[in-house]
Unconditional design. Sequence first.
Length: 269
Amino acid sequence: MPACLLLTFYLVIPIAMLIVMSFYRSTLFGVVPDFSWNNYLHFWRNPMFPNLLLRSIRLAVTVTAISLLVSYPFAYFLARGTRRFRTTLLILVMVPFWTSYLIRTMSWLPILGIKGVVNYSLMTLQIVSNPVEVFLFNQFSVVLTLIHIYLPYMVVPIYLSLDRLDGRLLEAASDLRTFWHVTLPLSLPGVVGGIVMVFIAAFGAYVTPKLLGGSSGIMFGNVLADQYSGTFNWPFGAVLALIMIAVVLGLLVVASRFTRLDAVFGARA
C-alpha cells in the first residue's frame, strides 16, 4: 500500500495533470481550458516537431548501439576474465558518477574545441594546417559526449548479468557455440537493462545538446524545456512530454518481448 501511494502521488497524478494540461490553451494571460485537440494537431502539422522527434530517437539509438558494442566486451572481460584487477576496473567505471554531469559535459569543450587537445594534436602532427571545426557543436559532439556519460549505465547491468552465470553451464557447453547459444541468451537481461537505461537517458538529454549540440545537435528535450522556460506554452509542452513518455513506454513494450522486465535489474530470470 505505501508503494502504491507513492507511485500514485509521484507518477499517476503528474501524468494525469499532463494529460489534462495538454487540452488547455496558452494565452497572454496564462493557460485556459480549451478541451480541444489543437495542441496535438499543431505538433503533427508542423514538420519540425516530428522531424526533431525522429532525430532524437536516431541519436539515442546511435548512442545506445555504440555503448553496447563497447560495453559488452569490457563487461565480459570483467565477469569472465581475470579477477586480479576486477575491483579496480569497476571503481574506474563508477568514477564518472562521482563527478557532476555538467562538469563531464563541459570537459569536452577544451578537448574538441578549435584550440582544444584534438586540434592541437592534429596540427602538431601536421595532419591539418588549420583547426578543424567539425568536432564541436554538432551531432557528433553530442553523440560522443552522451556515450562517455552514459557508458557506465550499459557496463554495470551487463557485468552483473554475466557475473551471475553458472560457470558449470559454460563448461558443459564448451563443445558448442558457447557464446551465441549460452552466454548471450543468459546475459540478455543485462543487455536489455543497459539498452533501456542508456536509450531513455540519451533520448531525454537536455544539457549536453544545449551546450555542445549547436543548431544541428538540438534534441527533443531542448524544445520541450523551451515550452516551459522560454515560450511559456505549457499546454504544448505537456503534449511533447506525453509523446516522450509514449516513446519510452513503447521501448519497454519492445524490451518485454525479449526478456522479463523484472529480471532486468538484478532479479533472477
